[in-house]
Design a protein. Structure first.
Length: 307
């Protein structure tokens, strides 16, 4: 009976709010269930405030969304987010690779196949550093700045507060991460995801942390455990977007992170998650703090990086 009520509600909502692509606003005419990308592969440690990912069945969803300007659809984001949580987030249009995107927009995304050196951007064809050995992490970027779809999704999420944009970003990063781990012959269950935190004042102003939303989607897809309460932002730094100089960015974030229970990271493999990578100052600062705690392999995962 409960399933029947849910199905009827979905039909009504489909009628009231026809599903459209987040980017081009083209109507998504057909939506059907799809299998999960991965089976659940890990369990969450107790008492750490860790979010455990549950692979979820893709279900039918339709959500209106804005593109560049904040519209009436954007003002309904809060209610739509509650609906998304209720019905399940892994919905895709028929023949589409990513949720909330039409096939045409999905196919425009140019996804990378390997990791990079975070210092010189050299592509790393093997599972090891071949140039700057002193870097505390390896950079894993799904795409590049300038990719029309990735740029638009990041803008929608980060600046227009369209939370649904975290869903396709999470799916894109999941697909990239799965391909990367196969390429380097790595095992998912040996890694812990640590999202970059916002200072509590900035998170309060924005209403959410975009990396937490993306991390939750990755966890649902892969079963990876997300640790949100270990890395803390202790300084309310100026926005890195306002600082163009690399040295100024590094000074801005210097000493801005602290660890709670750093012993929990000892001898662990870590995926540090952020939305973008420009000069790398934020990722480097976070990775350095985690490395000092005794972490083994550290991967800095982002949706887009500079060329």
């Amino acid at each position: 009976m409960k399933e029947k009520i849910t199905e009827i509600r979905e039909i009504i909502l489909d009628f009231l709010f026809p599903p459209v692509c987040l980017i081009c606003r083209k109507r998504l005419l057909s939506i059907e269930p799809q299998p999960s990308l991965s089976e659940k592969i890990s369990s969450s440690p107790d008492g750490l405030g860790l979010a455990e990912g549950e692979p979820s069945e893709r279900r039918k969803i339709c959500l209106p969304a804005g593109r560049r300007a904040v519209s009436s659809e954007a003002r309904r984001t809060s209610d739509e987010s509650q609906r998304t949580d209720t019905l399940g987030e892994r919905a895709v249009a028929k023949g589409n690779s990513f949720p909330f995107l039409c096939p045409s927009c999905s196919q425009k995304i140019k996804m990378n196949t390997a990791a990079f050196c975070p210092v010189c951007s050299r592509r790393l064809p093997e599972n090891k550093k071949t140039c700057h050995q002193d870097s505390p992490f390896v950079l894993a970027a799904a795409g590049f700045y300038g990719d029309e779809i990735l740029d638009s999704l990041i803008t929608l999420l980060k600046y227009q507060k369209i939370k649904q944009a975290a869903v396709p970003l999470g799916e894109i990063l999941t697909q990239y991460l799965e391909n990367l781990f196969k390429f380097y012959q790595l095992d998912f269950k040996n890694f812990l995801v640590v999202p970059i935190p916002l200072h509590w004042l900035k998170e309060k102003q924005r209403g959410f942390n975009q990396t937490y939303l993306i991390a939750d989607q990755i966890a649902k897809n892969t079963g990876l455990t997300v640790a949100k309460n270990i890395l803390k932002r202790t300084k309310n730094t100026a926005s890195q977007v306002e600082l163009q100089d690399k040295e100024k960015r590094e000074i801005n974030v210097s000493g801005c992170f602290a660890l709670e229970k750093p012993e929990l990271l000892f001898q662990k493999n870590i995926i540090i998650l952020d939305d973008v990578f420009t000069t790398g100052a934020t990722m480097k600062e976070a990775a350095s703090a985690i490395k000092k705690a005794g972490a083994k392999k550290i991967i800095g995962l982002v949706a887009a990086k500079t060329n």
